[in-house]
Design a binder for this molecule. Structure first.
Ligand code: FAD
Length: 497
């Protein structure tokens, strides 16, 4: 079979392009070397945001596009995307109040807003929103952006693509590809060959490596890798709101309620020169994040209260900026199709927030090289499981499956939306869902993840399909690892229940 499109990379950008293309009637094959979202797309701050700070960098195109995406994505995936109120304390000696007001005015008005609240100036004195902050913070601002379960958004893009006919392969690394007889002939590490009319290189941090080592095409554009890290600590404040805290170095640090019991603190901007791959937080980054947050907190957080950290590489488009914090967060494409040869489109930069629009633009650029296909369609389309308001899904689960209990019903509604019904359908008691590995992760859910969501290992389940790794004990995680390791995950999937 000759595919219309071969996509390299199962992060947010590759999966969004696969979804869009499959929905337009194109035949699509996506190859991901590890797990879906195993690169940068599970290591973000998990915000669907316009990027208030990018206004200072005059990134108006990006901010406008990103702001508009917020409401659209909120409606398309209400189970994994929800509004998040931010509190921005005013700090004497840093950005003056008029400048914050102006930035927030632009933020309020650069795109249409229906469901998200606009910004307000507030007093932090005697206000619950100011409670965790030092007394010297008396005035601040509030505004709204959205939270997103980043790795689940990637999987939902892949799932939607699959349901529209795409073939998604994980554990499938592209090693080389060459043009032959008017098409791309690609070879995977295991020797599999794939023919395609067009190729998309959405390899994120590996984009330049794929260009140089696998495609051998010429590119004038380069990726610039900038590491960003997060700390997860005990929960630092009550309430559902988050804080956006200004640092004396001009950067900002977020403190966001995370997974009910925790606070997420991030992030950093550290230039990264090594080969792309797994990265971790450094001592200096840990210190920077703790210092930043403790500057604001009445009750400082200590190293002992850190429960987890994660890091990722931003695959930014190298615009030649001197400082890693000010490299553009906008995306750019490099289209190589000399003399009408089969095209290779490489993707640089991009945000979780803008992946849907990036996919539309990518298909616009590739359209002349592809067979006739449908028009853009994703703007009004819901993601799998997103066809009902979140609280309605919870209420339905609680009434139809009372044995789940409130906490598990909410977790499942958050993870799967209306799709939770797929594996709960015939259950009348917890025992019907098979073994419980802890926190209500049952064999039935595991089978769903293996058979429908490409999960192969315990890490896929604990850290990307869910964040149960934060909640399950070491013993519970070990039992899950043993269970998924023997026999191999795919066979385990077949054998479940
Ligand atoms: P990736 O997610 O890295 O996907 C690329 C994939 O390609 C990888 O899975 C990799 O395994 C695969 N691959 C590579 N080579 C091959 C090969 N040869 N064969 C097969 N597969 C291959 N954005 C937001 O919108 N909101 C935020 O709050 C936000 N916060 C961020 C915070 C940090 C610290 C960082 C680092 C980024 C943040 N971003 C945020 C940006 C966003 O996370 C990234 O821009 C986005 O995830 C990049 O997606 P991608 O698909 O390009 O790359």
């Amino acid at each position: 079979m000759i595919f219309d499109l071969l996509i390299v990379g199962g992060g947010i950008n590759g999966c969004a392009i696969a979804r869009d293309a499959a929905g337009r009637g194109l035949s699509v094959r996506l190859v991901e070397q590890h797990d879906l979202a195993s690169g940068t797309s599970s290591a973000s701050t998990k915000l669907i945001h316009g990027g208030l700070r990018y206004l200072e960098l005059y990134e108006f195109r990006l901010v406008h596009e990103a702001l508009a995406e917020r409401e659209l994505l909120l409606a398309a995936a209400p189970h994994i995307i929800w509004p998040l109120k931010f509190v921005l304390p005013h700090e004497k000696g840093l950005r003056p109040a008029w400048m914050l007001r102006l930035g927030l005015f632009l933020y309020d008005h650069l795109a249409r807003r229906k469901r998200l609240e606009g910004s307000h100036m507030i007093s932090l004195k005697g206000n619950a929103l100011g409670a965790p902050l030092r007394e010297s913070y008396t005035v601040g601002f509030t505004y709204a952006d959205c939270w997103v379960e980043d790795s689940r958004l990637v999987v939902l893009n892949a799932l939607d693509a699959k349901e529209r006919g795409a073939t998604i392969s994980v554990g499938a690394r592209l090693t080389r590809a060459r043009r032959e007889n008017g098409r791309w002939l690609a070879t995977l590490e295991d020797g599999t060959q794939i023919e395609a009319r067009a190729l998309v290189n959405a390899a994120g941090p590996w984009v330049s490596q794929v260009i140089e080592d696998a495609l051998h095409v010429r590119s004038r554009k380069h990726v610039r890798l900038v590491k960003g890290s997060h700390l997860v600590t005990r929960r630092l404040h009550d309430g559902a709101h988050a804080y956006i805290l200004q640092n004396p170095d001009g950067r900002i640090v977020f403190a966001i309620p995370y997974e009910q019991d925790f606070t997420l603190i991030g992030t950093t901007d550290v230039p990264y020169e090594g080969a792309p791959g797994a990265v971790g937080i450094s001592e200096a980054e840990t210190e920077y994040l703790l210092d930043s947050i403790n500057h604001f907190l009445r009750v400082p957080v200590t190293r002992n209260e850190i429960v987890w950290s994660y890091s990722g590489l931003r695959p930014l488009y190298d615009d030649g900026a001197l400082n890693a914090s000010v490299v553009t967060r906008d995306y750019a494409f490099d289209l190589d199709a000399p003399g009408g040869a089969p095209p290779a489109l490489s993707v640089f930069g991009g945000k979780i927030t803008t992946a849907r629009r990036l996919a539309e633009h990518a298909l616009d650029d590739l359209a002349p090289y592809l067979p006739p296909h449908g028009a853009a369609w994703t703007a009004g389309a819901v993601f799998p499981g997103g066809d009902m308001a979140f609280e309605e899904v919870v209420a339905r689960l609680e009434s139809e499956k009372p044995f789940l209990g409130a906490r598990l019903a909410r977790r499942l509604a958050r993870a799967y939306g209306t799709r939770a019904g797929q594996f709960l359908k015939h259950a009348r008691a917890m025992a019907d869902l098979g073994r419980d590995f802890g926190c209500g992760l049952t064999e039935a859910e595991l089978r769903h993840l293996v058979e429908n969501e490409w999960a192969r290992t315990a890490d896929d389940v604990l850290w990307r399909r869910s964040k149960l790794g934060l909640h399950m004990s070491e013993d519970q995680q070990r039992a899950l690892r043993d269970y998924m390791a023997t026999p191999s995950p795919r066979e385990a999937g077949r054998g479940l229940g």
